[in-house]
Design a binder for this molecule. Structure first.
Ligand code: HEM
Length: 399
């Protein structure tokens, strides 16, 4: 009975494989991967038809997806900086894809916006033309988000059906697709916090800095995970002798990558609290190295996330800390013999770190002008990109 079932199973698997082999893409993959079919490839039992060529295809797809996430981060930053993020006051997956068409529809949309605190407190003299601008900014960001979702989910479903994923890649891809959906929901959860009436507050309406940091942080994680997976599929691992020095360099690079991520996350708190508009001087904050109101809130921990002075102070320290760590990594790597690509990645990471700090300081000194602040935000993604590239170059060769 068992043998019969096994035979039937194999028969079905072989039929599936034949079906797969008939597709033009599959034929192309087989041709390209002929000489390089890896040990995990073409297993009929699990109908996995991985080859070097299909890995390359998946790698390119994931790099493309990370490029789209980068676009979403930049667009999201510009939407926030132009104060457009609270213009669409509800959320519908399909219905909102069509923006208002007629004058009457625009007026209806504008009337909805007028019910919310941002219009009542900040924008009560806004015209319909001005409203159209902020609406289109937010709409563009939301549509881009949908494009990102489709770019992950549709090819993933296709590759899955065709059997291009290994077992571990299936888990990763499921995780990435789940992450995209989560990111969209988090975006709406963030926007909602800016639409609530807060009768006891005299502050300008803005989204919660916690939710902004969660939204940016999870976009950066999605970006980093897609880029890492794509790069490890596309870049052959460097074979280097496993010395003590290399082990330390790898550890150092991982810690540096973590620090860059933490700095970017702390930047979201600066942005969320408009903390770039307190203490617009550098290196001192006003007349002092450590400002008086650093611990103004009680309990003390609250200052780290809610006091604009402390949030800016922490971001400065983390930014300079990242720069110091990257400079250390560069100097340490200079004493070692490394493959050319690894050296290039470390040099570019170092150059980008200096650029990013200069951008950050200029953003602060010039009172956060939109183009500069948006460039500083994009710079953090560029920095993260180089950090991940360095890690991909230094990764262990799988045994
Ligand atoms: C490795 C270094 C750094 C990284 C990765 C980084 C990253 C970031 C990120 C991701 C944001 C949020 C942007 C947004 O959501 O719009 C931000 C905001 C900001 N950063 Fe940095 N930053 C760094 C260094 C610095 C330094 C050294 C300064 C100045 C001393 C600085 C000043 C600012 C300011 C003023 C903002 C608020 C801009 C706004 O309101 O949009 N940054 N940073």
């Amino acid at each position: 009975m068992m043998l019969l079932r096994l035979a039937m199973c194999r028969c079905q698997a072989a039929r599936n494989l034949q079906q797969i082999q008939r597709t033009p893409l599959r034929q192309w993959l087989l041709q390209r991967g002929q000489n390089t079919v890896s040990s995990g490839a073409a297993s009929v039992g699990s109908v996995s038809i991985r080859s070097a060529a299909s890995d390359r295809l998946i790698g390119r797809w994931l790099l493309g997806c990370s490029g789209l996430v980068l676009g979403a981060v930049v667009l999201g930053g510009v939407t926030r900086l132009t104060e457009s993020g609270l213009s669409m006051v509800d959320w519908h997956l399909v219905k909102e894809m069509k923006p208002p068409q007629t004058q009457a529809e625009w007026e209806q949309e504008f009337a909805k916006y007028q019910q919310f605190p941002e219009f009542k407190i900040m924008n009560h003299d806004m015209t319909l033309t001005e409203f159209k601008f902020i609406f289109y900014m937010e709409w563009g960001h939301r549509m881009w988000g949908r494009l990102v979702g489709l770019a992950y989910i549709l090819p993933a479903a296709y590759f899955w059906r065709r059997g291009y994923f290994s077992r571990s890649m299936k888990t990763r891809v499921l995780g990435l697709c789940g992450f995209v959906v989560f990111q969209g929901l988090l975006g709406w959860y963030m926007v909602k916090s800016g639409l609530e009436e807060k009768p006891e507050s005299y502050d300008v309406p803005r989204v919660s800095q916690y939710r902004l940091a969660a939204h940016l942080g999870s976009a950066l994680l999605l970006y980093a995970a897609s880029l890492w997976t794509g790069l490890t599929l596309l870049l052959p691992a460097n074979r280097m002798p496993d010395s003590r020095q290399l082990l330390n360099l790898r550890r150092f690079a991982k810690m540096t990558g973590g620090l860059v991520f933490l700095t970017a996350l702390s930047g979201a708190f600066v942005a969320g609290l408009d903390a770039g508009l307190v203490y617009n001087s550098f290196p001192k904050m006003g007349e002092r190295w450590i400002p008086d109101d650093l611990l103004a809130f009680s309990p003390a921990l609250k200052n780290v996330f809610e006091n604009p002075t402390t949030v800016q102070f922490d971001h400065r320290i983390l930014g300079i800390g990242s720069l110091t760590a990257i400079t250390g990594l560069y100097l340490f790597s200079r004493r070692m013999i490394l493959p050319r690509r690894a050296k290039m990645a470390i040099s570019l990471l170092t150059a980008m770190a200096y650029t990013q700090v200069v951008l950050g300081i200029s953003t602060l000194l010039l009172y956060v002008p939109t183009p500069l602040a948006a460039t500083h935000q994009s710079g953090s993604v560029a920095l993260l990109t180089f950090a991940i590239w360095v890690l991909a170059e230094l990764r262990k060769v799988p045994k």
